[in-house]
Design a protein around this ligand. Structure first.
Ligand code: FNR
Length: 342
């Protein structure tokens, strides 16, 4: 199978397998406050993750690039949406473009359409320092995501089978690159043990990429003759993963992602301890089903919704949102109890 066919399959299956809504956010309830003592105009959405300043905590998470005209069009539209709404955007894995120069324009378009925006590069943990620097240069990236996707690779017939040495390579990248490195999962979540390992080598931003949204085990299983169905329900729900990461390292910048669809999901993700929220599958679906104008509208409405909910909660900014009281129930409560997190 060609790389470009695989990329298009991922997009089609991401839309058709849908999002499972098993993120754990339904187990989180805010405690309503009747005297928030705040005006809507007091609420500020800007945040700092690591050394990156974002005007809004919402961003478009890594999806595509490479693969030709269709992915070029998707990246062009996503970057126009990012530019118009002033949110950050990550590109999909750039490894194929490092190997094949013809693919580079499908990534460069993201910087072309959004010259002054925050653009984030993306590679897997197999990347060398030279590859990472080339990926950053390709799009003048403000930060670089390194994705961890063991279960996806295992489910992919042509995927990697050797996962040794990833932490050491990440450590070298953190030392050698002069922009922030964000280590991310792709929908299987990060445990507190993983976060501890990453923090021990100097990683200061993690994107938990939790379970409950786009499901790459299901997507890859669609492309297999013999199904590895045991991976279909594998992973740490996003809400749990944010809490585990926070528990491990209160000063780490945490990005909440994986199955985030509504502005309520976003506010819950932020209140649990994340500083930014990434959306991939949901934004892609709006773009491909309803078009660019609708995507821009949706992002702008989401920002308004965040401001409304933060006002109701009496939180003037994301730091104050981290402090609001909430109730954790059902499976998420049970999980945290088992893991000794109170
Ligand atoms: C992705 N994702 C992804 N992640 C990554 O680090 N590099 C990549 O190249 C891709 N490619 C990709 C393609 C498509 C079509 C989708 C939908 C997603 C994973 C993505 O960034 C995110 O971690 C997961 O999709 C979970 O978030 P959502 O989709 O549930 O919001």
């Amino acid at each position: 199978m060609t790389r470009s066919k695989r990329k298009w399959d991922h997009i089609e299956y991401a839309l058709s397998t849908g999002q499972t809504r098993m993120t754990g956010f339904d187990d989180i309830t805010f405690v309503h406050q009747s005297l928030p003592n705040i005006a809507l105009s007091d609420v500020k959405l800007d945040v700092k993750i690591g050394e990156l300043f974002l005007s809004s905590p919402i961003f478009i998470n890594a999806m595509t690039g490479g693969g030709g005209e269709k992915t070029l069009q998707i990246n062009r539209d996503l970057s126009i949406a990012a530019h118009e709404t002033k949110i950050a955007m990550a590109v999909g894995s750039q490894m194929s473009a490092l190997k094949d120069p013809i693919e580079r324009d499908t990534y460069r378009i993201v910087r072309k359409e959004n010259p002054n925006g925050i653009v984030i590069g993306n590679l897997g943990s197999e990347a060398t320092v030279d590859q990472a620097k080339a990926a950053v240069d390709m799009i003048e990236a403000n930060a670089l995501q390194i994705h961890l996707n063991t279960v996806q690779e295992l489910t992919m017939p042509e995927g990697d089978r050797d996962f040794t040495g990833a932490l050491k390579r990440i450590e070298t990248l953190v030392e050698q690159l002069n922009i922030p490195i964000i280590v991310k999962e792709v929908g299987f979540g990060m445990s507190m043990e993983t976060v501890k390992q990453l923090a021990s080598v100097g990683v200061s931003i993690v994107d938990v990429g939790g379970f409950g949204g786009t499901n790459f085990a299901k997507i890859e299983n669609e492309r297999r003759a013999r199904l590895l169905s045991y991976f279909n329900d594998w992973g740490i729900p996003t809400a749990v993963s944010i809490i585990e990461a926070k528990e491990q390292h209160p000063h780490l910048s945490i990005i909440g992602s994986g199955g985030i669809q509504t502005s309520l999901d976003m506010v819950k993700s932020l209140a649990l301890g994340s500083t930014a929220v990434g959306l991939a599958g949901y934004f892609l679906k709006i773009l491909l089903k309803d078009g660019l104008t609708k995507l821009i509208e949706e992002i702008n409405e989401t920002k308004t919704d965040l401001t409304m909910m933060m006002t109701a909660l009496g939180a003037k900014n994301i730091s104050e949102l981290h402090q609001v009281p909430l109730i954790i129930s059902k499976d998420t409560y049970h999980w945290l109890n088992e893991r000794g997190i109170n």
